[in-house]
Ligand binder design. Structure first.
Ligand code: H2U
Ligand code: ZN
Length: 344
């Protein structure tokens, strides 16, 4: 066996954490729970959907008869714009403080039955422009310092509604994962005088082992340190801190790449492929941060077998059973024509 077929640890330079890789364990028998493939036969319009055009929402009010993207303030926001004004650090063991924020929902499309890979590149570009504009507006508010854009897709990921949509959460404080990545990008620049993620991309372009698909301005790859079976990282080819830094042609290129990547995901198990994805972008006033996207999909080997982070992972560290290179090979060999449209 070559060394990489033996159990080993890999370092994630973005977070400073290690992942345990156990390639040989893919051979172990599976007698766990078998879930059914997620049903994906939805009507174009669902009169009971809170997000379909012209329907009443669960909170209050009614959606307009929207034609493209549709943005609204979350009716059940996790954060409020005015924080409870308190700081309690009397004891190092009982610290708390108020947190201000705003939550918005971005519907991708009026059609209830579509998802990202089924939209046209132009429609996906419109979604990216909506995320960009909302990031700009939210960061303009003096209390907001970071904007998290994300999509939870599929019941498996706890998505509450199948209508294609994403969320934005703006916060006064920088969230933990972003703070970790910021710290590691900063210390890398201090040590090497260059950008961690641009250097990483250049190495991946040379090695050609983990790249899934690419175009003129963006590359999608399975990171060397991937934890989730088919996790990917989407990287711009030049320095850019936030969505607002992208040019028109770069937004088009990102739309093209997202369509191709999510089509491959759907084709992997011929199902609407669940994931949590989102952008990591620079907090307000921060320069040393490279814009990128993470896709964290839970499916392991079929629509019915998913990965859980339990046991050793909860108590010890993240672990995976196949190598990121095997995952990249699988994703690379798939078609970029969506299975619902192909007739073979
Ligand atoms: P998820 O499916 O990713 O959980 O997102 C749906 C969001 O939409 C959720 O945060 C909001 C929920 O609060 N929502 C509304 O704001 N109004 C509604 O009428 C339904 C759902
Ligand atoms: Zn709907």
């Amino acid at each position: 066996m070559e060394p990489r077929q033996y159990p080993h640890r890999r370092f994630n330079p973005l977070t400073g954490e290690w992942v345990l890789v156990s390639p040989h364990r893919l051979l172990r028998p599976w007698q766990g729970k078998v879930e059914r493939a997620p049903e994906d036969r939805r009507p174009q319009y669902d009169p009971n959907c809170y997000l379909c055009p012209s329907n009443p929402r669960a909170g209050s009010g009614r959606n307009p008869a929207y034609q493209g993207t549709f943005i609204f303030d979350n009716d059940f926001p996790a954060l409020l714009p005015e924080p409870a004004n308190f700081l309690d650090e009397a004891s190092p063991l009982f610290q708390s403080e108020g947190e201000a924020g705003r939550c918005r929902v971005v519907c991708f499309h009026p059609r209830h039955d579509l998802s990202l890979p089924e939209l046209s590149v132009a429609e996906i570009a419109e979604v990216i422009r909506a995320w960009t504009e909302q990031t700009r507006l939210l960061l303009r508010e003096s209390a907001m310092n970071h904007v998290q854009v994300f999509e939870n897709k599929g019941e498996l990921m706890g998505c509450s509604n199948p209508h294609p949509h994403s969320q934005l959460w703006a916060t006064a404080h920088v969230p933990t994962e972003v703070e970790k990545e910021l710290e590691h990008q900063r210390s890398y620049r201090k040590r090497h005088g260059s950008s961690l993620l641009l250097d990483y991309l250049a190495q991946e372009q040379q090695r050609q082992e983990r790249i899934v698909c690419t175009n003129q301005h963006f590359t999608a790859l399975v990171p060397y340190w991937a934890v989730w079976p088919f996790e990917t990282l989407v990287l711009p080819h030049r320095a850019a801190g936030r969505l607002m830094d992208l040019t028109g042609p770069e937004i088009e290129a990102l739309a093209d790449l997202l369509k191709r990547l999510t089509t491959r995901y759907d084709n992997l198990f011929r199902c609407s492929f669940p994931y949590s994805m989102g952008f990591h972008q620079a907090p307000k006033g921060v320069g040393d941060f490279q814009l990128h996207m993470h896709f964290f999909p839970p499916l392991l080997r079929s629509p019915s077998v998913r990965k859980f982070q339990v046991g050793f992972e909860m108590l010890g560290m993240p672990q995976r059973d196949s190598t990121p290179e095997q995952a990249a090979d699988r994703l690379r060999e798939l078609s970029e024509v969506h299975y619902k449209l192909s007739h073979c």
